[in-house]
Design a protein around this ligand. Sequence first.
Ligand code: GLN
Length: 198
Amino acid sequence: MVKLIVGVLGLQGDFREHLWALQKLQVEAIVVKTVEDLRKVKGLIIPGGESTTIGRLARMTGIADELKKRVSEGMPVYGTCAGMILLAKKIANYPTQYSFSLMDITVERNAYGRQVESFEAALDIPAIGGTFKAIFIRAPKIVECGKDVQILATYDGSPVLVQQDNLLAGSFHPELGEDLRIHQYFLRMVGVKYASVC
Ligand code: GLN
């Protein structure tokens, strides 16, 4: 049986920060490292990290196939940074790299510069009620979006937060700031209750 638990894919990357964000919002959350863990959750966050490593481990553990099945059944998934790369149908500059290929977007890895060129930007995100301070770290750029993809925020003319049905993806890292409104937005997609004050 699938209970109202939210998972954070914990194969590699900054999954602990997402877990803390969910805990601050008083949501029951677990780290997903196996197919059995994945079967317990009603929604999943794929964190930032190395998309090649996360993709490889997801295939080795069987999580990749289970994830694709659950998404086709309607499970909400939120991919941040490397997580967004893994959701994308196409990776423009690494065309042979593995991805779950679930969202009709084309991304370019590391398009916003190297680690030392990380930056913060104030984004206007009407869907969460206003300005959001976004942190970009070796972030992927969305270079193409299909017609079913809704653009929730742009930076410098490019989409940086997008949604396609039960899938949400962003170039930046909301788990590294204090503002949890994007996590709350995702929790509304999952249908999980959360604390309003954090
Ligand atoms: N550059 C990483 C990748 O391509 C993503 C960076 C991140 O998740 N902060 O996998």
